[in-house]
Design a protein around this ligand. Sequence first.
Ligand code: HEM
Length: 508
Amino acid sequence: MEPLVLLVGVAVAVTFLFGGHVARLLTQRARLRRQVDRLPGPTAFPVLGTTHHFLLTPRADKLKMYNELIKKYGPVFRLWTTSIPDVILTKPQHYEAIINSPKHLEKSGFYKFMFPWLGTGLVTSSGQKWHSHRKMITPAFHLSILDSFIEVFADNCAILVDKLARRAGGSGFDIFPYITRCALDIICETAMGVAIHAQENADSEYVRTLSDIVELTAHRRERIWLHSDFVFYNTSAGRRYKKCLDILQGFTKEVIQKRKAVLSREMKIDHVSADEDSPCGIKKKAFLDLLIEIASKDGKLSDEEIREEVDTFMFAGHDTTASCVSWTMFMMGHHPEIQEKVFVELSEIFGDSQRRPTMKDLQGMKYLDRVIKETLRLYPAVPMIQRTLGEDVRIDDCVIPAGTNAIIMIYFAHRNPEHFPDPEQFDPDNFLPERVQGRHHFAFIPFSAGPRNCIGKRFALLEVKAMLAFVLRKYKIRSLEGREAVNPMPALVLKPLHGITVALTPRT
Ligand code: HEM
């Protein structure tokens, strides 16, 4: 048969078989484009969309750039990241239909650059896997389990206070790395049950690698030419990223194997001396132990799935709390009168005693709680979250079509003057019960909301309070840079561009 005849034959067959499908996809795509383009937004170019806005803006200026776009196009506008439609939402009134709905639980492509590291752990998974894992893991955050972690918080906060003693009384220094290392020690011990001693050994390979992988993930996401695996893994950043994966995942896998061996030994001993309170014989259980127990009971979690969840905790549970504690110190360093009120509250709880806090003490720190919340309002550790819409959503008089990437701008929602009349003013009384009562439910969502809210919220708030209480009982904090000088940057979490410079004065 002539090759031309063969080619035409194949083309006719393909059109016959798939033509309807292709035509449907093209019609859907054209409808999506028409609907999204009804929203205001900057000029979109073919292929590039509006990506040039981001390519030309350094990370430190991204929030300013979004602010300009909001001023120009209003609270709901669209962008095109190449051919992917993004709708930016800045008003709490618009969030309910998305984050409260079981129809929009899927995370957007924004998270896909975490897949090589975290696989489909809780943060990145969707569908049935997310649903069943969320159900399995939720009991691991029960108050009784969190209670057993207070001791870990205290052990590591005591080291933090010691480390800070060397800087106290002197000139200013960046407190952010100290807080980050303490948060890392805490999450490592609570998630994996091992101590990595990040505070004692700041230059450990694991600590450096964790910080590198977070930075490399943000670096890749910001550069569209690195989105292709082929290109990325052939750059020096991609090769470094691969090395990071080997180190981090190798470490977690080894910990899982060792922990499994210990647990199975303990379980055998346990059959002889049955101990109701401690079925595994391990007094202080890490999240990993609970995951291994679930796996051994129901066989529902493979080793790789356990690894994904443990690495997810390591990622989600350290930078976020470190950001929250550091920004809270920064704000208290600017508001000595507020800091003093926190100190008075701590003195009422502890008196002259040097004892460690209990769960009840931490829960009783009501004023500190308001200070933390007000900080999370102005400096939310997670400044934006994203979802791929599972079906069309009506926002005012617009329909945002299924398949669009909805960007929930927590950072800007928290500054909405309708809900916070003087938005830039730091006022912990914004969280007095009477003020909270009348406010829109989604006006303050640092831990997101709805079914995919932060599973670690209670853990985080207890840890943050423990760290702050330890430091504030010992030192007075003074911030040495103004708020305008400390540029918050949205990487994966909200970080200050050049750290947070404070001076500490020991309390007598
Ligand atoms: C101040 C500290 C924290 C803040 C502000 C925070 C905030 C958030 C936010 C906004 C989300 C939703 C993310 C999204 O939809 O993309 C989230 C999810 C999550 N967080 Fe946190 N987080 C904090 C601490 C923690 C801690 C300490 C842990 C673990 C120990 C943790 C574990 C998680 C997990 C596993 C998810 C995914 C939940 C799911 O999708 O089912 N977080 N967090």
